[in-house]
Design a protein. Structure first.
Length: 396
């Protein structure tokens, strides 16, 4: 199966996730029917947050976002570490509840997406800012990690991935864009790989993530619990001590045993033409550069993939990543809120959801139909200041 078909299948599968069940509210409970579990160790020195919405691949809803935020707020002067992980063997977190956002927006009930995105982005900012404090955030990522799951993990001080990683941001396929700080971290990946990932939704595996910096460390999934226990039992809870501990789980022997012939990154192998094509000053230039690499099957397939995506979403994504390179994480999230709320009012979002989730025909009727029908002035409107689309993260 070629890369284009694999990408199409995983995107369609993951975006079909929907669970409208009522969430039990008990923020700091560790009962098995809660969607967020929490455990405290060593007099609150370590707080472990476990995503537990397994039937929905831990896709985030508003209550889960609020619960995690409440848990972070329980930290005190003794708290040195947050660990976030998952009870699912299939997924860390498959993203947000797309259907719920689409249904609310289509009925012009914009309060829900406004509250969801606002609270989610404030949570992502809070996680990112922990890196500048004495309390760190560590993510254990196994299986699927998309959308909102990226926001919970990518801003961590340490990002530990298993051999089962399936990391992607496929939002351009449903009329959205890579948010949750995507404009920040994608713009900082080497070889213009961030622009490549943001536009295509390409699925990143373990070797790719380690190569480009999405992950900081590898650990076999069947050793996750042992590693967490070793961290909890550390005498000194510091990044240096944890890094030293992690080195014993990231040996060449274990990498060869668990990754085998997948230990070499395809992104690393293809980085030269990716870097050349995706450094284009405009989206149109990226398309032109890709046409110049038709003799490379990968590049030719990527051009075909891009032609299936929402033209508006690709244009917006390009502009977000371009702007995000010079912004702080707080500034990026404020920018992304403006863009997200305008996407909620955009034809392509509803059309993408219709095509992928409702009718499942996988033949979206994008409007405009091509990137050449969209002007820079059209895209600038997504970024204009408007009190209705304003989110004050910096001073929150």
């Amino acid at each position: 199966m070629n890369e284009m078909k694999r990408l199409e299948m995983i995107t369609k599968h993951l975006l079909l996730i929907n669970d409208n069940s009522i969430i039990k509210t008990n923020n700091l409970s560790s009962e098995s029917d809660d969607n967020i579990l929490v455990n405290n160790y060593n007099n609150n020195a370590i707080i472990r947050i476990t995503l537990n919405r397994k039937k929905a691949l831990n896709s985030l809803n508003l209550e889960m976002v609020n619960t995690i935020d409440d848990i972070i707020n329980t930290k005190n002067d003794n708290t040195r570490l947050f660990i976030i992980d998952s009870n699912s063997e299939r997924a860390f977190c498959a993203g947000g509840d797309i259907r719920m956002l689409a249904n609310a927006s289509k009925e012009k009930h914009f309060e829900y997406p406004s509250t969801f995105f606002g609270n989610e982005y404030k949570l992502d900012n809070k996680i990112a800012n922990l890196a500048h404090t004495n309390t760190k955030w560590i993510s254990f990522i196994n299986g699927i990690c998309m959308g909102g799951g990226v926001g919970l993990s990518i801003h961590s001080s340490i990002r530990i991935v298993s051999e089962n990683l399936k990391f992607a941001m496929p939002e351009t396929g449903i009329g959205l864009f890579p948010d949750v700080g995507g404009s920040y971290f994608l713009s900082r990946l080497p070889y213009n790989i961030g622009m490549f990932l943001g536009l295509t939704g390409y699925r990143v595996n373990t070797a790719d993530a380690l190569f480009c910096g999405i992950a900081t460390h590898f650990c076999p999934f069947d050793k996750f619990e042992q590693l967490k226990g070793d961290i909890i039992n550390l005498n000194a809870i510091t990044i240096d001590e944890i890094d030293t501990l992690l080195s014993s789980y990231n040996t060449d022997e274990l990498v060869n045993q668990y990754l085998g012939n997948k230990k070499n990154s395809k992104l690393e192998e293809q980085k030269d033409w990716i870097n050349d094509c995706f450094q284009g000053d405009t989206l149109e230039e990226i398309f032109d550069r890709l046409r110049g690499y038709k003799e490379i099957e990968w590049a030719d397939n990527i051009l075909k993939i891009l032609k299936t995506k929402s033209p508006s979403s690709m244009k917006v994504t390009f502009e977000c990543i371009r702007r995000g390179k010079s912004l702080s994480i707080s500034e990026v999230l404020e920018m992304e809120f403006k863009v997200a709320m305008r996407c909620m009012r955009n034809h392509d979002f509803y059309e993408g959801v219709r095509s992928v989730i409702i009718d499942k025909d996988n033949t979206p009727n994008w409007n405009p139909k091509t990137i050449y029908d969209i002007t820079q002035e059209d895209i600038d409107q997504y970024f204009n200041d408007d009190p209705e689309f304003s989110l004050n993260i910096i001073d929150s």
